[in-house]
Design a protein around this ligand. Structure first.
Ligand SMILES: [Mg+2]
Length: 129
């Protein structure tokens, strides 16, 4: 017996990743490995990057590392992401107060990549390699 009715859609989740201080390829490097991002994509999460880095830089980075990001936006454009992807849950992970403010303004939940327990978060969502 499934725990939900078959006609109820599975609510997809979206994660927006800051780069610097958040992901391992950032400057400074963050604690989240790219394997976790790829795993999130495999599990059906909508994943993308949201950074002060120019779009061209972000796209080059994901091309270089072969990471399947579904959006690449500047930090003030999280609302655009929210409008473009209709999912059940929106989350931004970053390392500054600006990240937190932008997330709040766009109606995203926020996790702090340094102050919050990213290892526990990744384990909870089976994102650990
Ligand atoms: Mg950052």
């Amino acid at each position: 017996m499934l725990g939900r009715k078959s006609e109820e859609p599975v609510l997809q989740r979206l994660i927006s990743f800051d780069i610097d201080g958040t992901l391992e390829v950032g400057d400074p490097p963050g604690v989240i490995p790219l394997t976790a991002v790829r795993r999130a994509h495999e599990l059906g999460f909508v994943v993308g990057s949201c950074s002060d880095r120019p779009i061209s830089y972000q796209q080059g980075l994901w091309s270089e590392h072969d990471v399947p990001m579904q959006f690449t936006v500047l930090k003030q454009h999280l609302l655009t992401v929210r409008a473009e992807f209709e999912v059940g849950h929106y989350l931004h992970i970053g390392d500054t107060e600006i990240d937190q403010m932008m997330a709040k303004q766009a109606g995203f939940d926020f996790l702090h990549s340094i102050d919050d327990d990213m290892v526990a978060f990744m384990a909870e969502h089976q994102l650990h390699p």
